[in-house]
Design a protein around this ligand. Structure first.
Ligand code: G6P
Length: 487
């Protein structure tokens, strides 16, 4: 099943001038026989205009282990599905991507598994994507490779198509040397990323970690934002991703959504302070610690269900990976515990919604919430924080934000917390609940300005501009680190 059925399918359009490669296609089918629908998300909407303008192609997995269907056009974009067998899903997606790289890159907040049987499938699937891209990209075209699933693709594609310019963007954190060094395949992964001309990260720290690692574990040398790879200049820097600010603002002023938010407030109790959490159901998001902090607030007795409530929306994710099953169990036990202890007939401290909500409904919740809790242990960026801020046009509301998110770099006027410190988090949430309106307004105004200034469109244009800019070859890095070793 690991041959190249997709690559041999007839090509019905001329090759793409701009090609995006991501683990997932930007479309999905709610049921196997229903028509394709565009998946929600800022990345898709940000890249869509440039893709349509530049004969774009999107290469990705359609999300099931069925054999991939033929390339097709949807909403002005040419989609090229790549097939993953059931074994690929197990070893490349659930295994190496989500049980090795994902926990390691998120500060090893769950123990990463270094299973040797997953490496070969990861290499094989990356090669499959690279071969499809090599076939689909026009001469001198541009290719944008997305995320940790496909870190080897830039290097493989460069070998197949030296004429194309390649950008790689990592949506999740890139870890410090001490953590990345654990990876038995560290050098191969770094070399794979170095196949790109521009390697983008969410934060400056991520980019700096990458340059340090390249110096230590490869034969190439880098300094500042530049790495020299056999006379070719590779740029490594931060491009913080964001949201479609105008779209969120429009939704936040839509009369039906505003009415829905008032209804939510009424249902929850007009006089209660509403706290909100919205996350993929992932162990990196710190949902359990957040609920523990809320537990401490009720236990201290300064608040009761009469005046305080948390709505926790948890979107199911990667449900066949053990750690995801475990974190769901932990959270559900905690919700039962806190509701059992502090709830009354008719009022509970935590409302737990385990489902995905349409963006219109989410915005209604953002509008209804007085305090937004975004408390991951580690997060590449976190767009929920930015969406909440974009909705708060009347300058009310408080964002409580983990200092370990990429968003905290820009949103430093949020109330920052350490999610590992339950007592500290409880005290900070209480401070947020009690924050005077004038302080809320000062902070929220400044936060909104930050989000308005750098949207997902800024991200897309900065990243593609860096890629299309002519780069002088043979440039020397500023300094050379002589202390590096290779592995
Ligand atoms: C993160 C990753 C994305 C991924 C998403 C959903 O945001 O950076 O690449 O698509 O999670 O996860 P899933 O495994 O369902 O694609």
């Amino acid at each position: 099943m690991n041959t190249l059925p997709d690559a041999s399918l007839p090509v019905t359009q001329s090759r793409g001038e701009l090609v995006v490669i991501a683990n997932r296609l930007p479309v999905h089918r709610p049921t196997p026989n229903s028509p394709w629908e565009t998946s929600p998300g800022g990345l898709v909407s940000a890249l869509m205009p440039i893709l349509r303008e530049r004969k774009g192609v999107w290469i990705g997995w359609a999300g099931s282990s069925e054999p991939a269907c033929s390339p097709f056009e949807h909403d002005g974009l040419y989609n090229v599905p790549v097939s993953l067998s059931a074994e690929d899903v197990r070893d490349y997606y659930e295994g190496f991507s989500n049980s090795t790289l994902w926990p390691l890159y998120h500060d090893a907040c769950q123990t990463p598994q270094y299973n040797r049987a997953w490496w070969a499938p990861y290499v094989a699937v990356n090669r499959r994507f690279a071969e499809v891209a090599a076939r689909e990209t026009a001469a001198n075209g541009h290719v944008l490779v997305q995320d940790y699933h496909l870190q080897l693709v830039p290097g493989m594609l460069r070998e197949l198509r030296p004429d194309v310019r390649i950008g790689f963007f990592l949506h999740i954190p890139f870890p410090p040397v001490e953590l990345f060094a654990q990876l038995p395949w560290r050098q191969r992964l770094l070399e794979g990323m170095l196949g790109a001309d521009v390697v983008g990260f969410q934060t400056r720290h991520g980019a700096q970690n990458f340059v340090r690692l390249v110096n230590r574990y490869t034969a190439h040398r880098g300094s500042g934002q530049t790495i020299l790879v056999n006379g070719r200049r590779v740029m490594a820097r931060e491009y913080p991703i964001s949201i479609d600010y105008d779209r969120i603002q429009q939704l936040a002023t839509n009369p039906q959504i505003v009415a829905r938010s008032q209804e939510i407030r009424k249902e929850l109790g007009e006089n209660r302070t509403i706290m909100l959490g919205v996350d993929r159901l992932d162990y990196t998001k710190g949902i359990d610690q957040r609920i523990r902090a809320v537990y401490e607030i009720f236990k201290a007795g300064r608040h009761t269900v009469k005046d305080l409530v948390l709505v926790q929306v948890s979107v199911p994710s990667r449900e066949s990976v053990d750690e995801y099953i475990e974190v769901r169990d932990r959270i559900e036990k905690l919700v039962g515990h806190i509701d059992g202890e502090f709830g009354t007939v008719g009022a509970v401290p935590v409302h737990y919604l385990r489902r995905s909500l349409p963006i219109e409904e989410l915005v209604a919740y953002y509008l209804a919430a007085d305090v937004m809790l975004v408390t991951p242990f580690r997060d590449g960026m976190n767009l929920v924080a930015k969406e909440y801020v974009a909705c708060r046009r009347d300058d009310t509301g408080v964002l409580v934000l983990s200092e370990f998110t990429g968003s905290a770099v820009e949103l430093d006027r949020a109330v920052l917390v350490n999610p590992h410190d339950i007592d500290g988090m409880a005290a900070t949430i209480e401070r947020a609940i009690a924050m005077p309106p004038a302080e809320q307004a000062r902070r929220m105004r400044s936060l909104r300005q930050r989000v308005r200034k750098r949207t997902v469109y800024t991200w897309a244009s900065d990243f593609t501009r860096a890629l299309t800019a002519e780069q002088p070859t043979g440039a020397q890095p500023d300094t050379v680190d002589l202390n590096r070793s290779t592995s």
